[in-house]
Design a protein around this ligand. Sequence first.
Ligand SMILES: [Mg+2]
Length: 180
Amino acid sequence: MGEERVKEEALRTIGLFQTLPQLVVFDLDYTLWPFYCECRSKREMPSLYPHAKGIIHALKDKGIDVAIASRSPTADIATTFLNKLGIQSMFVAKEIFSSFTHKTEHFQKIHRRTGVPFNSMLFFDDEDRNIKSVSKMGVTSILVRKGVSLQAFRSGLENFSRSNNPKNKKIEDYFGEKSK
Ligand SMILES: [Mg+2]
């Protein structure tokens, strides 16, 4: 599926929900791109997971902000790669630093920078420990297995909608039917 098709599909998915996050936060390594950037050279040309760019563009089109929370120790490589991919300017916050906390510090900083409450954020990450600690802060947090995808995106919005609007039965029923 080409980038434009992914974006169209992501826009259609966003359109299914009345309750949407104000800010969507992505991890980098094994969430937006399929490698640890600390193991790569700045001279290389990186690539994203196939659906990542289309999803980010769809969010921006709908006026939903995007940010990054990464524990990579090589922020310089990460930033170089984001520039090479042409998506550097799309993020309202980029917190990229190694930390002993499982991203709680990253989210405190993102909150301070954007003013968005934790319960209006949706987060995608490939590490269970980050998902556990950040969801305790009130952020809807989704574990991705092979990077962010349209499927993970839909399940993220579904979870967000459910946790912020438990009366939204129609959408729950729709997805309940689909997943049977
Ligand atoms: Mg990761």
